[in-house]
Design a protein around this ligand. Structure first.
Ligand SMILES: Cc1ncc(COP(=O)(O)O)c(C=O)c1O
Length: 362
């Protein structure tokens, strides 16, 4: 029997670019050069170990998490100073992206910027939704407020990633608010990296009926492996949104660890300060390498261009053991790189790799 439907489904789905994570090096001592996924290299793993062990004592996996959801919402609410009824939880911010597209993109389409976090477009393609991307402006990667506002007037959902992955800059608050005001639907500000930036828009949610702020425990708290994300939105938006959220979508163990993570807030803040100091040093040192341009960053990664072809770049980085994202095809930018800010020693290896890449030395 000819399975015409299955064949066309396979064709449609295989046109969607799969997400392929790079494998982690086998040897633990080489993990420090795994700088391709914007993980947190600054949180003390001994603290994490302690809270994981505490959570094991607390969690009973025979039961679905019910109270744990409410408790984490209350803890986040106290931390951020917004009502717990303005908070929804997801299995990573990534699941919330998927659910936001289902909730608000279906029927009206989605608008965003380019370049940005690829999940927004992927989720739309899976559902066959219209997705428009407005290019960022100039080499400061600013929002094109006029064009994006126009798109926002005819879309159900707008994603603005700020600080933006991969360009690492946080957009001007007034520019974002202009788009929020123009939009006919909701505007999601993805603040996965805002704890390494200059400001957060969480409190603005109380003043705008269509603003959603998306955040995660993966970056600032260093819990990427446990998959806990959350969003803050006006009460009636949360009330509508939670209807698309599958029951018990975050494991009880992850909820218990995230609650404990809020108790090491001081440590996370200190780790973020250390990261920012290393980030400045890394950017400055890379800009001293001729042929390299490292842009300002408000995230836990940096964005740079180098006058070299992508194949050579991949080879040289691999020779130095550095795992980073090499990005091709951005208009007017040549070969670009997104590199997580690592510990000092790892960053020194990155600097050496780029010196040898474009300078032929190091
Ligand atoms: C901009 C942005 N949003 C969301 C996510 C997903 O975060 P999570 O680990 O919470 O799914 C990432 C992950 O890298 C990201 O870069």
């Amino acid at each position: 029997m000819k399975r015409g439907i299955l064949e066309s489904q396979k064709r449609r789905l295989t046109e969607i670019a799969p997400f392929t994570p790079s494998p982690r090096p086998e040897r633990r001592e080489e993990w420090k050069l795994k700088l391709d996924a914007n993980e947190n290299h600054f949180i003390d793993s001994n603290i994490l170990r302690r809270i994981l062990l505490e959570a094991i004592e607390e969690v009973d996996p025979r039961f679905y998490p019910v109270e744990e959801f409410q408790l984490l919402r209350e803890d986040i609410s106290r931390w951020l100073g917004v009502g717990s009824d303005l908070i929804a939880l997801g299995c990573g911010a990534d699941q919330l992206v998927e659910l936001l597209v289902q909730a608000f993109g279906v029927g009206y389409g989605v608008a965003s910027i380019s370049p940005t976090f690829p999940s927004y477009e992927t989720r739309c393609r899976i559902l066959g939704l219209r997705y428009s991307s407005t290019p960022l402006r100039g080499d400061g990667f600013e929002l094109d407020v006029e064009r994006l506002s126009e798109e926002a007037r005819r879309s159900g959902l707008v994603f603005i990633c700020s600080p933006n992955n991969p360009t690492a800059n946080q957009f001007r608050r007034d520019d974002i608010l202009a788009i929020v005001e123009a939009a006919a639907g909701v505007v999601v500000v993805d603040e996965a990296y805002a704890d390494f930036g200059e400001y957060s828009m969480v409190r603005d949610v109380e003043r705008y009926d269509n603003l959603i702020v998306l955040r995660t425990f993966s970056k600032f708290f260093g819990l990427a492996g446990l998959r806990v994300g959350y969003l803050i939105a006006p009460r009636d938006v949360v009330d509508a949104f939670v209807r698309v959220v599958p029951p018990f979508n975050v494991p009880s163990f992850s909820l218990a660890v995230a609650r404990r993570a809020l108790r090491y807030l001081d440590h996370a803040l200190k780790a973020a300060e250390e990261l920012k100091a290393e980030r400045s040093r890394l950017i400055q040192r890379l800009n001293e390498v001729s042929g390299v341009r490292a842009f300002p960053s408000q995230a836990n990664f940096i964005f740079l261009t180098a006058s070299v072809d992508a194949a050579t770049a991949r080879r040289t980085l691999a020779e130095h053991g550095v795992m980073a994202r090499v990005i091709e095809g951005l208009p007017g930018l040549g070969t670009c790189f997104r590199i997580t800010v690592g510990r000092r020693e790892a960053n020194d290896t990155v600097i050496r790799a780029f010196s040898s890449l474009v300078g032929g030395s190091g």
